[in-house]
Design a protein around this ligand. Structure first.
Ligand code: ADP
Ligand code: MG
Length: 538
């Protein structure tokens, strides 16, 4: 087939442009991205061989070859490879959701390396250092290969080639070294060795250059925590999460006995933009005895902890385990429960040892975690133990334990009100009597709050009570005196007859400065929930 020239998809083109004009100062990371992709491809290749005897593969590895004269650097793997359609689909486009939005923000903040860090640029990062890239690949099981070539200017060529070796090789034609601009001589063996050691040491296949192997290949989750540096953990986190920022916390666990597994989990420092999208990528990587089996295994985590990243390595699962089986497997369910428990316990620990980190965590992921309160089978106490809420007591959110601790003599309930904003709730007439009494009120403004408060009755033996509900038993002086009742009777009758939409008009002393307020029935909907149902057309 002749050479075809194709255009990068619009978003891919924008990202490329950012790469070519390299807004990210650490250009070394292009090599980490290539090795990471090669490692993924080798994982898939190894698994294919385990599942199908005829595809058995050995000597899986990543080779780096540098040619200082030609100024080329080649990274080669004998992994799963790509078909022609895959090359066009995977390399020519960016399918990730939210790409357009991220790119827009990136463009507005040209100086911000942080932002691009969040994004994870993958393969395109090669254009930070190369002015021409040639990718040659042949997919396992196919007879012909594909050559892809681009100088990063918006178009690329693809052509079918007859004699490609299995796997993928990516040859970069390097731009001239210019250390001012963060461009090193990437054909220099010492530099390459340094980058591989630094970013890719844990990769489980040998990364070789000439006759030497550059990485130690040790599975990080199998090594004792004391032997692994933070930097190694962070690199591993980047590899599994495609998030460039450092994780907030690292959780390691090991279960021995009849069903053995090891897990290395990470709490990200920032919520991904698609945290609340149904189709977003999430889940853990599943390994069986050091062999990568599945990415994005949602089955390993309950939905409300879907932001946790990492690896589970189970000893006793079949290498042929499929997603369908995973959903029903008893061991997997057991692991999920244990991981969930451990994650919540770790967050609780974090509250004690690093309040700032905990606050960051809760700000980013609190609304997602609270979704767990909607599921009757989840441990609500454990979730509420790590929750915090805005409150009338101060600017900082409070935990329920602290709230209960502060309750004055005579208060026996956790009072809350739901609404759209803090200001809206604070200015609500419902609030007056509580202010007057000095009772603290939780200000619940996340959408999920509307729903969980309907089902969760208490925490640590103390009941929740909405202040927007009918009879809030603040104290006996809520009762109007008989004289007052008599004096207001005609007005009340008139109001009751005039206001059709209101069920009942009552005399109250709960207000101190507003003339009137709307309350719900004790078993009615809270005003905000009512509004939400209305908005949904119910
Ligand atoms: P990501 O790794 O986050 O998916 P990349 O931009 O790094 O994004 O890579 C895009 C896709 O191209 C990969 O998901 C993979 O399917 C494919 N790919 C890249 N490099 C290789 C390779 N060496 N072998 C096989 N497939 C590859
Ligand atoms: Mg990648």
């Amino acid at each position: 087939m002749s050479t075809e020239t194709l255009e990068f998809q619009a978003e891919a083109r924008q990202l490329l442009e950012l790469m070519v004009h390299s807004i990210y100062s650490n250009k070394d990371i292009f090599l980490r991205e290539l090795i990471s992709n090669a490692s993924d491809a080798l994982d898939k290749r190894r698994l294919a061989g385990l599942q199908d005897e005829s595809l058995k593969a050995d000597d899986l590895r990543i080779e780096i070859e540098a040619d200082p004269e030609e100024r080329t650097l080649t990274v080669r793997d004998n992994g799963i490879g790509m078909s022609r359609d895959e090359v066009v689909g995977l390399i020519g486009t960016i399918a990730r959701s939210g790409t357009a939005e991220t790119l827009r923000r990136l463009k507005e903040n040209k100086e911000s390396a942080e932002l691009i860090g969040q994004f994870g640029v993958g393969f395109y990062s090669v254009f930070m250092v190369a002015d021409k890239v040639t990718l040659l690949t042949r997919k396992t099981g196919e007879t012909t290969g594909v050559r892809w070539e681009s100088d990063g200017d918006g178009t690329y060529t693809v052509e079918t080639v007859e004699d490609a070796p299995e796997g993928t090789s990516i040859r970069l034609h390097l731009r001239p070294a210019d250390q001012e601009d963060g461009l090193y001589d990437y054909t220099d063996a010492a530099k390459i060795r340094e980058i591989v050691k630094r970013y890719s040491d844990f990769i489980s296949f040998p990364v070789t250059m000439g006759d030497s192997t550059l990485n130690s290949m040790k599975a990080l989750w199998a090594r004792p925590r004391s032997e692994v540096s933070d930097e190694e953990y962070h690199e591993f986190y980047r590899h599994v999460s495609h998030d460039w920022s450092e994780p907030l916390d690292i959780i390691q666990m090991r279960a021995e006995g009849t069903f053995e597994y090891e897990a290395l989990l990470f709490l990200p420092a920032r919520a991904p933009h698609d945290l609340y999208q149904r189709d977003a990528r999430h889940g853990l990587q599943l390994y069986v005895k050091r062999v990568f089996i599945l990415d994005d295994s949602r089955e390993l985590l309950p939905d409300h902890l879907r932001f946790v990243k990492g690896v589970v390595d189970a000893a006793d699962l079949s290498l042929n385990i499929s997603r369908e089986i995973l959903q029903q497997d008893r061991h997997i369910q057991l692991i999920r429960r244990r991981l969930a428990k451990k994650i919540l316990a770790s967050i609780k620990e974090l509250m004690g040892k690093d309040a700032d980190k905990y606050r960051t965590f809760w700000r980013e992921f609190g609304p997602a975690v609270k979704e767990g309160l909607l599921d009757p089978s989840e441990d609500h106490k454990a979730i509420l133990d790590i929750a915090s809420f805005a409150s009338t007591a101060g600017e900082e959110p409070t935990t329920l334990a602290d709230y209960i601790e502060r309750m004055p003599e005579g208060q026996d309930k956790i009072y809350f009100m739901t609404g759209d904003t803090r200001a809206q709730i604070e200015n609500s007439p419902h609030m007056e009597a509580f202010k007057a009494k000095g009772y603290e009120v939780l200000l619940l403004t996340d959408r999920v709050d509307e729903i969980w408060v309907e089902g969760v009755r208490e925490h640590a033996g103390t009941e929740f009570r909405s202040i927007a509900r009918g009879e809030v038993d603040l104290s006996s002086d809520e009762e109007a005196s008989p004289e007052q009742a008599e004096a207001y009777a005609p007005v009340l009758t008139w109001l009751n007859e005039t206001l059709d939409d209101v069920k009942d008009v009552r005399l109250t002393t709960r207000l101190t400065s507003s003339p009137a307020c709307l309350v719900s029935d004790d078993d009615g909907l809270t005003p905000a929930l009512e509004k939400m149902y209305k908005a949904m057309g119910q």
